[in-house]
Design a protein around this ligand. Structure first.
Ligand SMILES: Cc1ncc(C[n+]2csc(CCOP(=O)(O)OP(=O)(O)O)c2C)c(N)n1
Length: 355
């Protein structure tokens, strides 16, 4: 830990008690969400390795530890809803339905990637699944989400727009402008804050005068919810309530998911701002670990429509599926092609400068 200036207000950085108790889902749904968490985890473990090998370059921000948020929340949306995310968006893209090969090829910079290899890890985009980015600008997605919701309103569509952003975005002007306008015009936006306690190396209490993010959002006159983002069951249930509220009132709602990233901010972060013991404590209540344990505690061999259960064999089979998908995605990306140099100015709208 480096020595830092005193804080205005100390907040609790300890993890919540690990989620416990029965999982109120049928087996198919529980396994589907577990598989999605495994797909994100295995994809990102591989991405970190590929980064070390120089196959993936530029910035890479891992979502490991936060998987329950994207998985629980996005499974509460309809396919026609819009999603806007941040640069930490591999999980959101996968759960929304982006093929893993297109995601991996994008990280490689190959033209078979979802954005022709021009965006990289931070700019995943997929019109087919209504994923409107991936955005490198902190808070940059919020005005886009409000615009998408306004467009839907003007076109007489009922879709809502879910916008994911970090706690770091809450100190940005774009956050305040977006919440204000969405509330004033009663636009159907679901503001989903992934509060992992840090914006890069800055703890939330060093950046926010008000660390109760729901209180902040409520000042814009909108309903708020807060959930344990380490518990996929709680995330899903809270998101379902929030979605229902947006659809019923056609106005914005703010949801805070209290979560934690297990890895460094990006691949260039020595992590001098937090104790190893703090990270270890959160890892112990990791979303994959606790959800798996809860399902296993319910026994093996659950049937469709019955109580969700999981045997070790079933867990290993799901994990093998996730790993096979990652291996296929790597093969796809490796076989991908570079955009020819003569195409590089295609779709660039700035006029060519005179020599
Ligand atoms: C407008 C802007 N300011 C600063 C940065 C540099 N920056 C990149 S990530 C980051 C921290 C954001 O933290 P948070 O929103 O909590 O998201 P997390 O990385 O924790 O998921 C900052 C300050 C940026 N990308 N955009």
């Amino acid at each position: 830990m480096t020595k830092q200036t005193p804080l205005s207000k100390k907040i609790n950085h300890r993890p919540p008690p690990p989620p416990a108790g029965p999982v109120p889902w049928d087996k198919d749904f529980a396994h589907k969400l577990l598989l999605d968490m495994l797909r994100i985890r295995r994809l990102e473990e591989k991405a970190a390795e590929l980064y070390g090998d120089g196959k993936i370059r530029g910035f890479l921000h891992l979502y490991i530890g936060e998987e329950a948020v994207a998985v629980g929340a996005l499974h509460a949306l309809a396919p026609e809803d819009n999603v806007v995310a941040t640069y930490r968006e591999h999980g959101h893209a996968l759960v929304r339905g982006m093929p893993m090969g297109a995601l991996m090829a994008e990280m490689y910079g190959k033209q078979e990637g979802c954005a022709r290899g021009r965006g990289g890890s931070m700019h995943l985009f997929d019109a087919a699944t209504r994923l409107y980015g991936g955005n490198a600008i902190v808070g940059g997605g919020l005005p886009i989400a409000v615009g998408l919701a306004l467009a839907a309103r003007l076109q007489g569509e009922t879709r809502l727009t879910a916008c994911f952003f970090g706690d770091g975005a809450v100190a940005e002007g774009a956050f305040h402008e977006s919440l204000n306008l969405a509330a004033l015009w009663k636009l159907p936006v679901l503001f989903c804050c992934e509060n992992n306690l840090y914006g890069m190396g800055t703890a939330i209490e060093r950046a926010e005068s008000q660390t109760d993010l729901c209180a902040k959002a409520a000042s814009y006159n909108m309903p708020t919810f807060s959930a344990d983002g380490m518990d996929v069951v709680a995330v899903h249930a809270t998101m379902q309530q929030a979605v229902a509220k947006v659809r019923k009132d056609a106005g914005p709602v703010f949801v805070e998911f209290r979560t934690y990233r297990f890895c460094a901010h990006s691949m260039f972060d020595a992590e001098l701002y937090r104790d190893k013991a703090e990270v270890e404590a959160w890892r112990k209540c990791g979303p994959l670990r606790t959800f798996t344990a809860r399902l296993k505690a319910q026994g093996a061999g659950g049937t469709k429509g019955g109580k969700a259960k999981l045997s070790e064999k079933e867990f290993l089979a799901l994990d093998a599926r996730a790993q096979a998908e990652v291996a296929e995605a790597v093969t796809f990306a490796e076989a991908g092609t570079w955009e020819p140099v003569e195409d590089l100015l295609k779709d660039v709208h700035t006029p060519e400068m005179a020599p």
